[in-house]
Design a protein around this ligand. Structure first.
Ligand code: NAP
Length: 312
């Protein structure tokens, strides 16, 4: 049987590339010219494998008349033109659930690193400064008030993880989750004013763009910390940089940014922020599970079976 033609928007780990190449005829966008697939190839392409950070734009969809499915390696599909995909009847899948635990682990790591200033302590030991004295005391994490913006799959896992830190937990979303044993806030600014630590686990996209702006940061206040493991777009980055520089919030732990990977250089000059290069799901085990789920969705599609994790 002929292998279906699959356009890859970006590379996957080696094991996933090998597995995909045994089942599909791969067209690797990064090895093609700026016009993408040749005109003669475009009508052959039936599937796209992309990543959350790369998505699929309208221009790409327009040149692929027989595209049937987009499989996204990642849960966030905000970079995929879902409206156009829906209008064309193109199926879209993502990789939810399998990454919840890792993103939540990183949120804890960032909160501890920012609040207990772990990178500063590490630098203090390495530089030999310890012999001259100890670094300043820091606030504690446990027992504080945790605000979660977006109590979804990842947000709920974050809540469960942080429960072990004896934290009082509140959350913000579009509506209360009746089964959640946490305090609901229908207003993000009110949640920020209540919380000592605000963790963002919202999806990206137009509805949440810059939802954390000057007002929310002011409400979080000079003793408040922000952790963002959602999408860079959820935060007004200029407002955040100003708040960190002026110390109108205490600090932040950030895994996601605008303009990744070329982020605003002002972040690197701040000692009250801990930075990660979008590593929320980046463990060996989870990335394997994500690759498998991408393949399982594609296999199901081409076998005429129900998709495992459909978005549309
Ligand atoms: P999810 O289950 O859909 O949870 C998102 C939650 O956000 C929903 O439960 C929803 O709660 C709330 N929400 C959605 N739109 C909203 C809006 N306009 N205003 C207020 N609240 C809104 O998604 P998930 O699987 O937890 O993933 C969340 C996001 O994490 C992804 O979209 C992705 O961008 C990000 N992520 C980041 C990494 C990383 O490496 N850092 C890895 C994976 C995922 P309500 O229904 O109550 O409003």
């Amino acid at each position: 049987m002929m292998k279906p033609d699959l356009l890859m928007m970006g590379s996957y780990p080696d094991g996933d590339m090998e597995a995909l190449s045994s089942a599909y005829r791969l067209h690797k966008l990064w090895e093609l010219g700026s016009d993408g697939p040749a005109v003669s190839i475009r009508p052959l392409i039936r599937a796209i494998a992309t990543r959350g950070d790369l998505g699929v734009d309208a221009q790409t969809l327009e040149i692929l008349p027989h595209l049937e499915i987009i499989a996204c390696y990642g849960v966030g599909v905000d970079a995929i033109d879902l409206d156009m995909a829906r209008a064309r009847g193109i199926r879209v899948t993502n990789t939810p659930e399998v990454l919840n635990g890792d993103v939540a682990d990183l949120a804890i790591g960032l909160a501890l690193a920012a609040m207990r200033r772990i990178p500063t302590g590490d630098a203090h030991v390495r530089s030999g400064a310890w012999a001259k004295g100890n670094p300043p005391l820091t606030p504690r994490l446990h027992g504080k008030k945790l605000g979660i913006a977006g109590l979804g799959r990842i947000g709920s896992t974050v809540a469960r993880r942080f429960s072990g830190f004896d934290m009082d937990i509140g959350y913000f979303g579009r509506s209360p989750h009746e089964d959640a044993p946490y305090r609901f806030f229908d207003d993000l600014t009110a949640l920020a004013a209540w919380a000592d630590l605000l963790v963002l686990t919202l999806p990206g996209g137009a509805a949440t763009q810059k939802i954390v702006g000057k007002e929310v940061l002011q409400a979080l206040g000079p003793e408040g910390y922000l952790v963002n493991v959602s999408r860079g777009t959820t935060v007004d980055e200029e407002a955040l940089l100003q708040a960190l520089e002026a110390r109108t919030i205490a600090g932040a732990g950030l895994d996601v940014f605008w303009n990744e990977p070329r982020i605003d250089p002002r972040f690197a000059r701040l000692d009250n922020v801990v930075l990660q290069p979008h590593l929320g799901s980046a463990t060996i085990e989870t990335r394997r599970a994500m690759g498998q789920l991408v393949r399982d969705n594609l296999t199901a599609h081409f076998a005429g079976l129900p998709l495992l994790t459909p978005v549309i």
